[in-house]
Design a protein around this ligand. Structure first.
Ligand code: 9WN
Length: 407
C-alpha cells in the first residue's frame, strides 16, 4: 500500500490505475489510519477537494500529469475540473465516503478536520438526492456502469445494449498488465466510452443526464451505501456539533432507506432496476448483499440477504461472490462477474455486524483474511480456487487487511 500511496492520495494499483478513485480512496483511508492518522485525513481531504460546484464528488480524479497509460484520458470527459483544478471524470462513484469518514473518526478523532470535511460529504449526498433523483424517490439514477463501481456486473448487460458505441478504435492499456479474460470485454468498453461521449455532448449537465442518458439504472448496492453513509454522516455531525447537517443527513438516510424497502422483491432480495425499460433486472449479484448496508432494511429481507451472503448463492470460502454461481453470466475469472472482491466482503461483513450478528461478521472477515494470506493483496480472486486475479499489490485489499487486523 505504501508503494501506491503518494503524499496526499493512494493509487489503487500503480500500473493499471495511476490516478485517484473515489471509493478506493475512502477505503484506503481506513488502512492509512492504522499507520498515520494525519495522512489518512489528508486522503479524504484530497478526495473532497475534487468536488464539483453541484456537490458531486467524481468517480476518478486524474494525476496532474495523466500520461497515456489509462483509458479514458481526461479529454474524453471534457476535460472537466474539480474545485482544486484537477481534471476529473464527469460521473460519480459508490458513496462510501460518509461511512469511511465516521470510521476514520472513530479510529483517529480529529474534530476540526471532521468539521471541515463533513459539509462536502453531505453536499455530495444532497447532489445524489436532487440532481440524480429526478422523481425524488430516494434512489439515485446511475448514468454509467462505472458509477456502481462494478463495471461489468451482469445486471448492466441489458441496459448497456441501448448504448451506441461512438468509437471503434481505441487502445486499451488495462489488458497489457492484466489478462484480458479477467477484464471487461471490448464490447463493454465501446459502450463505456460511448457513454462518456454522450455525457460530454450534454455538457455533463447531471440533472439532464439523470433524465436522458441512454443508460439509467438504480443499484441497490449504491443506494444502500448511500443510506449507510447518510446515517453515519448524521451520527458524526451530531457528535461534532454540526446540528443542521445532522438533521439533514438523518432525513437523507430515512429517504434512501425507505426507497430500498420498496425495492425488496417477493423472494426478500433487492435487485437492480432499469429506469428506461421500467423493469427489475433479474440478476442475483453482490448488489443484493450490499443492500444489507441500509440501516432500515426490513428484518425478513435482512435475514434472506444475510443467508445468501453467508451460506447461499453468493457465498464462497473466500468471501462474498460478485455474482451468484448459478447465474447465466457467471464467469469465475472475469472481473465483476464472479470473482470475490475484498471491499465487497468487508462492506457486507460490516453490514451484518452492525445488525448485531457478530458471528456472521467474523465468518466473512476470517474468509477475507485467509484469502489475502494465500493469494496476497490481489484485486480479486477466483471464488472456488482462491487464485489471485487482476492487479497485484492492490491498495484497498491491503487497507482492509490493515484495518481489520488492527482493531
Ligand atoms: C473504472 C479503481 C477502480 C475501482 C472500480 C473498478 C475499476 C475502473 C477501470 O477500478 O474500475 O472506474 O478502469 O476498470 O471496477 O470499482 O474503483 O480500483
Amino acid at each position: 500500500m505504501r508503494h501506491n500511496a503518494g503524499s496526499t492520495y493512494t493509487r489503487p494499483a500503480r500500473a493499471i490505475y495511476p490516478h485517484q478513485w473515489n471509493w478506493d480512496s475512502a477505503i484506503c483511508s481506513l488502512g492509512l489510519a492504522t499507520l498515520d492518522a494525519g495522512r489518512a485525513w489528508a486522503e479524504l481531504e484530497t478526495l473532497v477537494a475534487s468536488r464539483h460546484e453541484n456537490g458531486m464528488i467524481p468517480h476518478l480524479i486524474y494525476h496532474p500529469k495523466p500520461g497515456r497509460s489509462y483509458l479514458p484520458r481526461p479529454e474524453w470527459w471534457g476535460p472537466i475540473h474539480g474545485f482544486d483544478r484537477r481534471c476529473t471524470s464527469g460521473i460519480t462513484g459508490p458513496p462510501v465516503l460518509g461511512m469511511c469518514t465516521k470510521l476514520l473518526y472513530e479510529r483517529a478523532p480529529d474534530r476540526e478536520r471532521a468539521r471541515e470535511l463533513l459539509p462536502h460529504v453531505v453536499a455530495w449526498h444532497r447532489f445524489l438526492l436532487t440532481d440524480r433523483d429526478p422523481k425524488g424517490g430516494g434512489e439515485p439514477v446511475l448514468i454509467h456502469p462505472w458509477e456502481s463501481g462494478r463495471d461489468n456486473a451482469a445486471e448492466w448487460d441489458k441496459p448497456l445494449e441501448r448504448v451506441r458505441p461512438t468509437r471503434t478504435r481505441f487502445s486499451r492499456r488495462d489488458i497489457r498488465t492484466v489478462e484480458g479474460a479477467e477484464r471487461p470485454t471490448n464490447y463493454q468498453y465501446r459502450r463505456y466510452l460511448g457513454l462518456a461521449d454522450e455525457g460530454r455532448a450534454l455538457g455533463y449537465d447531471q440533472a439532464v443526464l439523470a433524465r436522458h442518458s441512454t443508460f439509467r439504472v438504480h443499484d441497490p448496492g449504491f443506494t444502500a451505501m448511500l443510506a449507510r453513509s447518510c446515517a453515519d454522516a448524521a451520527a458524526l455531525a451530531g457528535e461534532i456539533g454540526l446540528n443542521e447537517l445532522a438533521s439533514e443527513s438523518a432525513e437523507h438516510a430515512e429517504l434512501t432507506g425507505a426507497a430500498l424497502q420498496r425495492r425488496v422483491g417477493e423472494d426478500g432480495l433487492c435487485r437492480a432496476y432499469d429506469c428506461l425499460g421500467e423493469t427489475e433486472l433479474d440478476v442475483l449479484s453482490c448488489g443484493s448483499a450490499l443492500a444489507l448496508l441500509s440501516p432500515s432494511l426490513p428484518s425478513e429481507a435482512r435475514k434472506v440477504a444475510t443467508h445468501v451472503a453467508l451460506e447461499g448463492a453468493l457465498t464462497s470460502y473466500c468471501g462474498v461472490r460478485s455474482l451468484a454461481h448459478d447465474e447465466p453470466g457467471f464467469h469465475p475469472r472475469r472481473y465483476w462477474r464472479g470473482p470475490v472482491w475484498a471491499n465487497i466482503t468487508f462492506l457486507v461483513a460490516r453490514a451484518i455486524g452492525l445488525a448485531g450478528d457478530a458471528k456472521g461478521e467474523t465468518t466473512l472477515i476470517d474468509r477475507l483474511l485467509a484469502t489475502a494470506k494465500t493469494a496476497g493483496m490481489r484485486e480479486y480472486v477466483e471464488p472456488d480456487s482462491g487464485a489471485g486475479l487482476g492487479a497485484h499489490d492492490f491498495s484497498w485489499t491491503a487497507a482492509i487487511v490493515l484495518y481489520v487486523t488492527s482493531r
